[in-house]
Design a protein around this ligand. Sequence first.
Ligand SMILES: Nc1ncc2cc(-c3cccc4ccccc34)c(N3CC[C@@H](N)C3)nc2n1
Length: 449
Amino acid sequence: MFDKILIANRGEIAVRVIRACREMNIKSVAVYSEADRDSLHVHLADEAVCIGPPPPGRSYLNISNIISAAQVTGADAIHPGYGFLSENARFAEMCAANEIVFIGPPPEAMRLMGNKVRARETMQQVGVSVVPGSRGLVQDTDQALRIAEDIGYPVLIKASSGGGGKGMRVAQCGEEVVRGILTARSEAAAAFGNGDIYLEKYVEEPRHIEIQILADNYGNIIHLGERDCSIQRRNQKIIEESPSTAVNEELRRRLGEAAIEAARAVNYRSAGTVEFLLDRHGNFYFIEMNTRIQVEHPVTEMVTGIDLVKSQIAIAAGRELNLRQEDVQFSGWAIECRINAEDPDRNFIPCPGKITGYLPPGGAGVRLDSAVFAGWEVPPHYDSMLGKLIVWGRDRDEAVARMQRALDELEIKGVKTIVPFHRRILRNAFFRRGETYTNFIQRRILSHD
Ligand SMILES: Nc1ncc2cc(-c3cccc4ccccc34)c(N3CC[C@@H](N)C3)nc2n1
C-alpha cells in the first residue's frame, strides 16, 4: 500500500480524498495555488505545497509543478480528483514516466474514451448500443445530410472532443445541418483544438442514466448500480439520485452488463462511469464514458456502502477487487444537491465572496461534502461549487423529505447560493413523483417564472 499520496486538486474533492487517505493510514500531500493558501484541504493534509498563482493554468493544470511537488515530498502516488488533469492522458503518462502511480485508468483508456467518435466505434464493435447516427466522423455536409435523412430529424451535431454536452447543437432540417456542421466544426476547433464532429439522432426526453463501475488490474469488473442525473441546467448536473425511478431490476442488470462490456473493451482500471441515455420506451444508448471519479459519486456510496475513493487507491496499489458482483447490495435511496455559489435570481451568475456564516445540517442520513468554513473566502478563479448535500432514506419519499429538511437547516451566509432553487425543485409535484426528464427544469420550473 502507498506511504504517501499527493492530491492534485482543491475544494471538496481534495478534502474527500484526504479523508480516505487518513482512514487508510496513508500520508497526504495537498497542493494549492496562492488563492487557496487558507483552504480546508491545505489545513487537513499532512503536508502542503504551493504550486503557483491562482489561474488554473499556472497551478492546478501545471503538470511539471505538480510532479515536482510529488518528487519533493516523496509521494508515491497522485490522485487527480475530477476536472483539472483528471482525464489528461499526458499527465497520467508523465506520472508513470516519473515512477509516480496515477490513481486512475491507463492513459490509453482515457485517450480512447476522450475521443467520443472512437468511443462510439469501440462500443459498436463490442455490441454496446449507441444512438443511431454517423458510423464515425462526419467528413462533409453531403454525407451528413444523407445520414440525417436516413436517421430522421431532429439530429444532434456533437464534437468528438466535447463531452458533458459541450459543443452539441440540434438540427431540425437539412439547412440547419449544413449551417450547424460548419459552426460546430469551427467552435470545436477553437474550444478543443479538434474540429472533428459526429451525428446522432436526437433522443427526445431522455433520462441521463449513468452506471458506476470498478475495475482492477486482474480483469475483475463490477458495476455499482445507476445514478439518474436528468435534472440538469444548461448541461450542468445539479441534482443526482440513486437508484432511478425509471430503472427496474431487469433494466439495471442490462445497463450494468453493457457498462461492464464497455469497460472491458478498453481494458479499463479504477473507478469509471458509463453514461447512457434512456428513452421513453426503455431503450438505452451509450453516449460517453467518464474516466474519473465523479462529483456525484457519494449517492452510489450511500446506497451500496462502498467507498469509491478507497477502492480507487486499493486498485492503484495492485489490490484485487474484494467484491464480486453478487456481493454488491443496494439499500435505500440517495439524493444529492450540488451547492453552488451562484445567484438563481440573476441567471445563476457565480457569486464569490467571504463566507460570514456556515451551519451545515446534521442528523441521520445526512452528508455534506464541502470545503467550506465560516470566514473562508470563496475565490473567483475556480468553479462555483461549494460542496454537495447528500441524503439517504429507506425509500425515495423519505430521502426527499430528508433533503428538504437538510436544505432548510443549511445556512451559508455571505454569498448567494442555489439552495432556494433546490427547495423549489424538491417541492415540485413532478419531481416528487419522479417524473424528471431532460427538460424538466425548463418545462416545470423556469417556465413558471
Ligand atoms: N443523441 C442525443 N439526444 C439527446 C441528448 C440529450 C442530452 C442532454 C442534454 C442536456 C441535458 C440532459 C439531461 C439528461 C439527459 C440528456 C441531456 C445529451 N447529453 C447531455 C450531456 C452529455 N452527456 C450528452 N446527449 C444527447 N444525445
